[in-house]
Ligand binder design. Structure first.
Ligand SMILES: [Zn+2]
Ligand SMILES: [Zn+2]
Length: 242
């Protein structure tokens, strides 16, 4: 029997299901059907030039250097944040599949999205070093892989940038942040990270990568320790923005 026929028979018995809609799928990518691939809500201009959040054009009047209300008041340690899409529907399910159902292979579905996200913005990262937001060792043991590092590797590959392997460590385990307020989250991550050794990042420009940004307290705290260790510029990229 030919391998093509065998493959067809196996697919008939075990249809490949789309991670986005749960239906049997044909075509599309590694894990999403073509409809769900199109359904990912990408963040486009106008967005805040600092934190990257889309402008609410119902009542905001975005200009070229538009800053959201929060960024006008707050001072962050990172220089800017850009996120690929909104943490909702298909992208949220894809990230859950990647992170909680422990499927590092989902990065194959994410890579083409990264390519299109960075195609117009690659120049902004020239000379940068890619760094991932670290997991605590206990979490790494529990999950079996470090999803931010896998994502950072893909970003480094797409942008053709060097990656620094774990220059930062999470020295304190932090409770899950899902149900916490902005103030609680900031307190929660304070003092959780350490740069080691500081010479590794001193004077460099860093592109800090994480999967999801909610209030930004995690990336802000990592940016703070990086800056204290002498990092020049900290740009942040997250796959999704909650
Ligand atoms: Zn689907
Ligand atoms: Zn902002």
């Amino acid at each position: 029997m030919g391998t093509a026929l065998l493959k067809k028979m196996v697919e008939g018995l075990f249809p490949r299901l789309c991670v986005g809609c749960g239906l049997a799928r044909e075509g599309g990518g590694e894990h999403l059907c073509p409809l769900c691939q199109d359904y990912i809500e990408l963040i486009a201009e106008p967005h805040c030039q600092t934190c990257g959040i889309p402008a609410e054009i119902d009542y905001e009047y975005p200009t070229e250097d538009f800053q959201c209300g929060l960024c006008q008041k707050a001072t962050f340690h990172f220089d800017r944040v850009r996120s690929l899409g909104i943490y909702d529907s298909v992208l949220k399910r894809l990230i859950h599949f990647f992170k909680y159902r422990k499927q590092p292979g989902a990065i194959q579905e994410i890579k083409p999205l990264l390519k299109s996200h960075f195609q117009n913005d690659a120049q902004a990262y020239e000379g940068f070093h890619v760094v991932s937001v670290p997991l605590h060792f206990n979490k790494l043991k529990e999950r079996g892989f470090d999803q931010s590092f896998v994502l950072a590797q893909a970003v480094a590959q797409v942008l053709n940038l060097p990656i620094l392997v774990r220059p930062i460590s999470r020295i304190r385990e932090t409770p899950p942040q899902a149900k916490q307020s902005r103030a609680e989250r900031a307190k929660n991550v304070c003092g959780a990270f350490q740069v080691m050794p500081p010479e590794g990042v001193a004077g460099k420009d860093v592109l800090l990568v994480d999967d999801v940004m909610t209030t930004g307290s995690t990336v802000n705290e990592v940016a703070r320790v990086l800056k204290r260790a002498g990092t020049h510029c900290v740009h942040v990229f997250t796959l999704a923005r909650a």
